[in-house]
Design a protein around this ligand. Sequence first.
Ligand SMILES: Cc1cc2nc3c(=O)[nH]c(=O)nc-3n(C[C@H](O)[C@H](O)[C@H](O)COP(=O)(O)OP(=O)(O)OC[C@H]3O[C@@H](n4cnc5c(N)ncnc54)[C@H](O)[C@@H]3O)c2cc1C
Length: 381
Amino acid sequence: MLIEDHSEIGTPVHCGECISGLACESLDLDLPDHVISKRVHGIRVIFPDGTEKRLTEEGYVLEKHLFERWIADEAVSAGASVHLSHKLSSMKRVENGRFAGWMCDGKGEQFPIQAKIVIDASGVAAVCSKTVKLEQGVPLNTMGKVVAGMQYEMLEVPTDGYLDFYIWPKYAEKGYLWMIPKCDGRANVGLVTEDRPRAKKALDEFIEITHFKELEQVPPPWKEKGNPAFGGTIPISGPFENTHHDGLMLVGDAAGFTSPLFEGGSHLALKSAVYAAETAAAAIAEGDLSAERLAIYPELWKDEFPPYDKILRGKNALFDLTDEEMSLMARCFPDEMSNMGVSGKAMVGLRLLVRRPGLYFKRIVPAMLAFGYSRAKYYGW
Ligand SMILES: Cc1cc2nc3c(=O)[nH]c(=O)nc-3n(C[C@H](O)[C@H](O)[C@H](O)COP(=O)(O)OP(=O)(O)OC[C@H]3O[C@@H](n4cnc5c(N)ncnc54)[C@H](O)[C@@H]3O)c2cc1C
């Protein structure tokens, strides 16, 4: 049983809408044409002085709401029932000598719903982390930090099929700005920033000083009225401490699974959902819904997902650099960063050492490695 608090699946869209080809392969997704807006060649990173470097890897920009509807339809074909306008608000343990499931309540005609296992895919709302209590009434997880992301759809945006990611801390503090091209000259132009109150102003200022200034902003096709800007928040504190409990698993943003540098989350969300679904099916078949039985789930995602703390260290080291230092580092990178092997990295190190030896003390190596870890292979997008 699938419940969704909105009256339709997939809207409002709160995503830049890109997903790598590698993600689709690893998830065995055979995307139908109507969910693909554009095929893209990878990411071009643009540093503060305008230096451009590429991370070439093929992928897609989706019509994300159509993609999510397609996923939901696939679930229905596999036997699921979908219940829109159903908002979960509380869960009570069902005990029958031992743990026997959850009695879920909320707004929507199907409630109360008794479930053997709940998979929390509620995104940044992380509903079960707040409603499910451990001993002494402590919530399952304490909420971490979130950053703000917002974007406009624009028309007639020039593109050569790369996603443009601008690392310009002046506009996007500890974040970045993007141009994600879509079909028919459309594109998402947006940013993610730790300076939440200034997000819209900073995006407008960025647009004002770039070639985007001349372009028309329109509401996206799924949005009929109101402000054309759309977006949301992204968890940035890393995986939650407890991603499972008796009869419960957390997936995607609800578990804090996002990639630290470019904050992609769709691949991580879908992969964790596969692990949770497989774990749930096996546990239900065995009639054991306990936390001990579901403990395989965190083992699976920990084995698969890249080490968050390590990438975060790289991101922090990157944002410890001044704009000038960041640009200098970028000028030492090869034009194509996706296949920088050990010798490529050593070469960058050497160039830097010659030009600015002092940068070595600013943890330039982790900053450099952060780009490698942002590739699709490491769930970067
Ligand atoms: C501006 C922006 C741009 C981004 N760009 C990208 C990108 O280009 N590529 C990428 O990979 N990632 C991107 N991300 C991150 C990505 O969107 C998320 O990581 C991803 O959507 C997480 O999927 P999810 O299924 O875990 O959660 P969500 O997509 O947030 O889905 C959660 C669903 O649960 C529903 N829900 C919430 N509470 C309840 C409740 N109590 N009861 C019932 N239903 C509930 C919500 O309505 C929602 O439909 C971006 C994020 C933002 C904000």
